[in-house]
Design a protein around this ligand. Structure first.
Ligand SMILES: [Zn+2]
Length: 422
């Protein structure tokens, strides 16, 4: 007797992430959930109504990309990615100022296609206009949407907070099991201390997570710590009421925002004292090596950060600073970095890198109970990559051979399947 809606996915290799690889493995899905993971021969094939087979495929949990800017997707053709951060930022400000909501929405939809193509089923999206929230909702992607907040002047803080609260109210009815909302105070240098504290209060009151860009460039550090450098002329008054002499990380700690529910993005320009604070506060750090290299801000001291116990996951950042939203491309670049900077950047085993774009990234977004690994009871968010030849070592085959997915599934629904699927 076949059970309607019971789907079995079989693949040459299964990478559950939370357990060792399984050869000729299968995942049993009922509705939006995984109900069994194991060897194909142990599965109840007589009751399944749909059987999807990928003999040359590698099946794994969908990637979690913890930091994207989908609204910037169409800036990709308008901005030079490979240039110093200060010049890039000026170009970005000009592009952002002239972007309409419709343009941001179209841009986000393009970004979503790119994510699905590369097997990303969950994102940590930094949304300036809220357009990407709507795009993600329509496309039925999973994610946490951090609403960007910038406030350069205390006189504007109250009005901007009202706007933020209004946005939270408007999206409230749309919040379903696939999308969570959260707050994105942009960076230590773009939000006044007073406004930062108000955003923090709001986050605590409404139980919302936080995401902040921090320790990205030497310009930021010079400005936040000493109010020096060229940013003094652009951003002069923002930190008027902030203490002098604190690095961006220690300044955020002074504000009280460093908590396990906080996700910091970049953290390239960090010293030993910063690393100790990050480890002690148990914050998550989203590491974006391709973006950092393109914008020439330095290389994260990842070896030291991991040794000191900092929680680090891997993200692509947006298409204004990188050339794909593929977590596999990000890992490939990180592996190259380790060869170029062996003193500060580690050579990690492939399963460790993959964890940083699945289970760890899910933990950074607070959704690891639901996604990030193939486990009974978790959501059926799945990516399958085809490989060209007989696979002996699935991690290597995935990292060095895989491109687009043969199947991308979110909550048991197929968002992308190649033509060979029934
Ligand atoms: Zn960012």
């Amino acid at each position: 007797m076949k059970e309607h809606g019971l789907t079995l996915l079989r693949a040459g290799w299964l990478l559950p992430i939370s357990a060792p690889p399984i050869q000729d493995g299968a995942v049993l899905v009922r509705g939006d959930r995984i109900i069994a993971v194991g060897k194909f021969r142990e599965m109840p094939t007589e009751t399944v109504s749909v059987l999807l087979e990928f003999p040359d495929g590698i099946l794994m949990p969908g990637f979690v990309n913890p930091h994207t800017h989908l609204e910037n997707t169409l800036f990709a053709n308008k901005i030079k990615r490979d240039q110093p951060f200060d010049k890039w930022l000026l170009q970005m400000v000009r592009l952002v100022r002239s972007q309409s909501f419709d343009d941001a929405f179209a841009s986000s939809m393009e970004g979503v296609k790119e994510l699905v193509k590369f097997g990303v089923t969950c994102v940590g999206e930094f949304s300036r206009l809220g357009a990407s929230f709507i795009a993600l909702r329509e496309a039925k992607l999973r994610g946490v949407v951090f609403k960007e907040f910038i406030c350069l002047d205390d006189g504007e803080a109250e009005r901007q907070l009202v706007e933020l609260k209004n946005w939270l109210e408007t999206v409230e009815p749309d919040r379903d099991s696939l999308l969570n909302v959260a707050l994105g105070p942009h960076a230590p240098y773009t939000v006044t201390p007073l406004a930062f504290k108000k955003v923090l209060e709001l986050a605590e009151k409404q139980n919302l997570r936080l995401c902040i860009h921090a320790g990205e460039s030497p310009f930021e550090r010079k400005f936040v710590e000493q109010r020096e450098g060229i940013w003094r002329w652009w951003l002069g008054g923002v930190l008027r009421n902030a203490p002098l002499g604190l690095s961006p990380i220690r300044y955020l700690d002074w504000l009280g925002v460093l908590k396990p529910e906080t996700l910091l993005v970049h953290c390239v320009q960090v010293d030993d004292a910063d690393i100790a604070v990050l480890a002690e506060r148990k914050v998550w750090v989203a590491h974006c090596p391709r973006s950092n290299a393109n914008l020439k801000v330095g290389t994260m001291p990842l070896t030291k950060m991991l040794a000191e116990g900092v929680n680090v996951c891997l993200a692509t950042d947006g298409l204004a600073s990188v050339d794909s939203l593929s977590p596999l491309d990000e890992i490939r670049f990180a592996i190259k970095l380790a060869q170029e900077h062996p003193k500060i950047y580690p050579s990690l085993p492939p399963n460790r890198w993959l964890r940083m774009v699945t289970l760890d990234a899910a933990a950074a977004l607070g959704v690891d109970k639901f996604v990030g690994s193939l486990e009974q009871g978790k959501q059926a968010d799945i990516a399958v990559f085809r490989t060209s030849s007989k696979v002996k070592e699935p991690f290597e085959a995935l990292l060095f051979g895989a491109k687009e997915t043969a199947l991308t599934m979110i909550a048991g629904k197929v968002l992308k399947g190649d033509s060979e699927l029934p």
